[in-house]
Design a protein around this ligand. Structure first.
Ligand code: 4AD
Length: 558
């Protein structure tokens, strides 16, 4: 130890935490030394002029001691404040625990003298005059305390309901410890909210009884801590938590619109007398090129997950006439764009004895018909309005533009190809260029007559210009291509030649080729990506946000 009242500091060789302040074990800083020994001490610092073998000491500068004293004082005050806070917190915790203990003693009863409660889903419309007694179940989506009242918003998939817990109900242990996502049953009187106040469906359930069904965790495990807030930087973390994130209103609205759109397609096809068929997902043929095939071992044979049901739909038209399917298609896309998935829902139609023009007219009719059905459903229409306030019905006929005109348009607008060169006939119009063009034109576009070289083997050539095919992509603002379709090569010899030209062995396609031998016909069809249609309709940045659990390169969970 230093002799009483004498403390030594050497800024070069001293150590703070492990020294004792003697000449042989000096501290490093006056500040630290002062914290240990206080005001009643003489502080010496090593004279920087002195030699290592003959150390000299001199009194520490007054300014340095004053600074150290101020620091020590601030530290003391800080510690005192922290102690005070800890005591207050402890008191608060004790008082909370005491009040929760008291709360546990409050027992609420389902009053048998009240009228029987009618069970209703949260979204059900019901006469509020006179105010009925109802029973609802749901999960807590929001809650707010206002003096002695507890406002809860419940959610059950059919809608939202504001519930008010007052008096003893609000003082119960369960009400005081209520967490978001807890499932709960509430009974009470359903009343219109006062004028000027807002609540879902302008009504409020004034509770007289409730029971907790499943308590959700709070604290670190609360849903708000497990699901990060929306935003590009959290996209991956939110997808990991998709099973909980999908309880969010916007996500569930998109998924609700999804099923409404799927239903509308079925309705429209029914109205058009199309027959629904269910082609297989496990196949041994490709449709849209080998590079995006998911290959697997099928009892020691090579097989693939289907890229498109088109070829199978073609087999069905001789039996049923016009057909459609709504099935999953799979693409081993090695890109991470906002419109590519590895697994997507493909709505495909095939029409018999038609011209290319018939195909385009059918597509307009189909899409507008589906939108009319969807918008005629009030709940779906309200969700679309919320998700995409600027949505307007496309005007028929859609803009039709030939591929060669699109090339000219892109060059006139100085939009370059992928190699940063002007576009030339034969270029695949890349996603970025296609989207810029669509966004500038800002209307649905039928882009037609793509060169044979860049399109699939089965496409019918334009009889007036065999360099191009009778093909169509439907492009929508904000998304780009949502439909790909074409007339199909219906001549046997021409198809055999096409296999050869594309390096496709014809043998596995014997069943497809046979269609050209047993009563061939001019026919055509298309595939519409449901997720892209939804991204456009619901104004979603990426198709990933339109799936229950999206699958794309690198993601196969949850
Ligand atoms: O243009 P595609 O590749 O055409 C076909 O598969 C045809 N055999 C369909 C047919 O004629 N029956 O794909 C059709 C549509 C695209 O316009 C797009 O909307 C969607 O399917 N699509 C994808 N959607 C999400 N992720 C992907 N990886 C997609 N690939 C295609």
């Amino acid at each position: 130890m230093a002799s009483k009242g004498e403390v030594y500091v050497d800024e070069d060789t001293g150590k703070d935490e492990t020294s004792s302040g003697t000449q042989s074990q000096p501290y490093k800083t006056v500040q630290y030394a002062y914290l240990q020994h206080g005001a009643d001490t003489q502080y010496h610092v090593r004279d920087p002029e002195s030699q290592p073998d003959e150390v000299k000491w001199k009194p520490a500068a007054k300014a340095a001691i004053k600074k150290a004293a101020n620091y020590a004082d601030a530290q003391r005050k800080k510690a005192a404040k922290a102690d005070e806070l800890a005591i207050r917190e402890k008191q608060e915790q004790e008082s909370r625990e005491k009040s929760l203990e008291e709360a546990k003693k409050i027992v609420i009863k389902d009053d048998a003298s009240l009228p029987a409660a009618k069970k209703i889903p949260l979204g059900e419309k019901i006469d509020l005059e006179p105010a009925p007694r109802v029973q609802v179940v749901g999960r807590v989506t929001r809650q707010a305390k206002q003096s002695k009242l507890l406002f809860i918003t419940l959610r059950d998939g059919t809608g939202y309901m504001q519930c008010l817990l007052a008096g003893d109900l609000a003082n119960t242990y369960h009400a005081q410890t209520l967490t978001l996502e807890t499932s709960i049953m509430i009974k009470g009187q359903l009343r219109a909210v006062e004028k000027g106040k807002t609540a879902p469906m302008n009504r409020e359930l004034q509770a007289d009884y409730f029971e907790i069904i499943g308590k959700a965790p709070g604290g670190d495990d609360a849903i708000t801590n497990r699901v990060p807030p929306a935003g590009a930087e959290n996209a991956q973390a939110r997808l990991d938590m998709r099973h909980l994130a999908m309880r969010d209103e916007e996500i569930s609205n998109v998924l609700y619109v999804r099923q409404a759109v799927e239903h509308a397609f079925s309705t429209k096809y029914w109205d058009l007398d199309f027959v629904k068929v269910s082609p297989p997902a496990l196949v041994q043929t490709q449709v849209e090129g080998g590079s995006t095939l998911f290959e697997f071992d099928y009892y020691n044979e090579k097989a693939y997950l289907t890229q498109s049901s088109q070829l199978y739909l073609e087999t069905a038209i001789p039996s049923f006439g016009n057909v459609y399917c709504i099935e999953k298609s799979f693409r081993a896309e090695k890109s991470l764009t906002r419109r590519h998935l590895s697994e997507y829902t493909h709505i495909e139609g095939e029409l018999d004895f038609i011209t290319f023009d018939d195909l385009l007219t059918h597509l307009e009719d189909l899409m507008c018909g589906v939108l009319e059905i969807v918008l005629a459903h009030p709940r779906t229409a309200a969700m679309i309005k919320k998700l995409n306030p600027d949505f307007t019905m496309p005007v028929r006929p859609f803009k039709r533009m030939k591929y060669t005109d699109a090339i000219d348009w892109l060059n006139a607008h100085d939009i370059k190809n992928e190699n940063d060169q002007p576009h030339a006939f034969g270029d695949d119009i890349a996603e970025a260029a296609e989207r810029r063009m669509t966004d500038i034109l800002n209307v649905p576009i039928f882009l037609t007559h793509f060169p044979t070289e860049i399109k699939a083997f089965y496409m019918q050539k334009d009889p007036t210009d065999p360099r191009v095919t009778e093909s169509v992509d439907c492009l929508m603002p904000g998304v780009g291509e949502i439909i790909g379709g074409s007339m199909r090569m219906d001549d046997y010899a021409e198809l055999m030649e096409a296999y050869q030209k594309n390096g496709i062995p014809s043998e596995p396609y014997y069943w497809y080729t046979d269609l050209r031998r047993y009563g061939t016909s001019p026919h055509g069809g298309y595939g519409l990506g449901l997720e892209r249609f939804l991204a456009w309709l619901c104004k979603q940045h990426t198709v990933r946000d339109t799936c229950l659990f999206p699958r794309y390169m690198g993601r196969c969970k949850p």
